[in-house]
Write a protein of this length. Structure first.
Length: 295
C-alpha cells in the first residue's frame, strides 16, 4: 500500500485525477469525507458515558480551585466569571491540541494514514471533518461546565451585544481549529516530537492566554506578545462583551479590533494549513515517511 501511495505521489497525481470525475462528484466525495471523519467524534459523545463524566468533572475541579483562591483573597466577583468562562474554553484548546494537532500522528501509528492518502479525496476534508466533530464534542462539554459552574458559583453575565458575542465565539473557534490544522500538518512529519509539542502547548498556553485572569494584567507588551494565540484574543473579547457592567477595565484593545484580528487569523491559518499540508505530504512521500517504521 505504501509503495503505491509513494508511486502516485511521485507521479504528481492528485486525489481526483485518477478518475474522470465531474466537479459535483468531487464535491460530494469531499463532503462525505467530512461527514465520515466527524461522525465518530459526534457519536462518541454517547458511546462512553464515563469519558463525558471525567471530561466535565476534571475541568470543573480546576475551575473551582481558582474560584476559591479568588474568593479567599477578596477579588472582585467578575474574576469568578473570568475563571468560569476560561474553564469552559479549556475544552476547545485541549481538543485542538490532542484531537486535531496530534491526530495525524496517531493515525500514522495505527496504520490508517496510508489509507487517507490513497483515498480519492482532498486531505483538507479530513481536517475539516475532524474540526467539525471536535467543535460539536467540545461545545457540549464547555456548555455543561459553564452551566454547572455558573449555577454553583452564582456567576451573572451582563451582555449588551449578543450577536457580536456569538460572532466572536464562532470566529475564535474558526481561528483555533485553523491553528489545529496547521499543527496537524507539522506533527505529521515531526513524529514522536508531536507528543512533546502537545505537552508544551498545554499548560504554558493556559497561563499566557489568561484563562484564569484578564490578559490585560500581563501589561500592554505582554498582551501584545500573546495576541497571535486565538484563545487569548477571543477570550479577551468575550470577557469584555459578557461583563459590560464591570467596575474596572477588562481587556486591552476594543472587541471590534479583536474581531478583525480573529478574522485575519482564521483566513491565514486555513490557507497556511492547506499549503503546509501539501508541502509536508510531498516531503513525507519523498522521504518515505508515511508509514510508522520511518518516524
Amino acid at each position: 500500500m505504501a509503495g503505491i501511495i509513494d508511486l502516485v505521489g511521485r507521479a504528481g497525481i492528485g486525489p481526483h485525477e485518477a478518475a474522470d470525475w465531474s466537479r459535483r462528484q468531487e464535491l460530494m466525495t469531499d463532503l462525505r469525507s467530512v461527514r465520515g471523519r466527524a461522525y465518530p467524534r459526534v457519536i462518541g459523545l454517547a458511546r462512553e458515558p464515563s469519558w463525558v463524566l471525567f471530561e466535565i468533572l476534571l475541568p470543573f475541579l480546576a475551575t473551582a480551585a481558582f474560584v476559591f483562591v479568588y474568593r479567599a483573597i477578596g477579588a472582585p466577583q467578575e474574576y469568578v466569571g473570568f475563571v468560569v468562562l476560561g474553564g469552559a474554553l479549556t475544552a476547545f484548546w485541549l481538543n485542538v491540541i490532542w484531537m486535531m494537532a496530534n491526530q495525524l500522528y496517531w493515525e500514522k501509528s495505527q496504520g490508517n494514514l496510508e489509507l487517507y492518502f490513497a483515498a480519492p479525496m482532498h486531505f483538507m476534508s479530513i481536517l475539516f471533518g475532524m474540526a467539525i466533530g471536535g467543535i460539536v464534542m467540545s461545545t457540549t462539554r464547555a456548555a455543561t461546565v459553564l452551566l454547572i459552574a455558573g449555577l454553583v458559583f452564582g456567576v451573572t453575565f451582563s451582555v449588551d451585544q449578543w450577536a457580536l458575542l456569538l460572532g466572536v465565539f464562532l470566529l475564535t473557534l474558526a481561528a483555533l481549529y485553523g491553528l489545529g490544522m496547521v499543527l496537524a500538518s507539522l506533527f505529521l512529519v515531526w513524529g514522536r516530537e508531536a507528543w512533546h509539542m502537545g505537552q508544551m502547548l498545554t499548560e504554558p498556553v493556559y497561563f499566557v492566554s489568561g484563562l484564569n485572569f484578564p490578559v490585560a494584567r500581563l501589561g500592554f507588551l505582554g498582551a501584545l506578545s500573546v495576541a497571535f494565540i486565538p484563545l487569548a484574543t477571543g477570550l479577551d473579547a468575550m470577557r469584555q462583551l459578557a461583563f459590560t457592567d464591570a467596575a474596572f477595565p477588562l481587556g486591552t484593545p476594543d472587541p471590534l479590533l479583536e474581531v478583525a484580528i480573529l478574522t485575519v487569523m482564521t483566513v491565514v491559518s486555513i490557507l497556511a494549513a492547506r499549503w503546509m499540508l501539501i508541502t509536508m505530504e510531498r516531503r513525507a512521500r519523498r522521504d518515505g515517511r508515511l508509514s510508522i517504521r520511518w518516524q
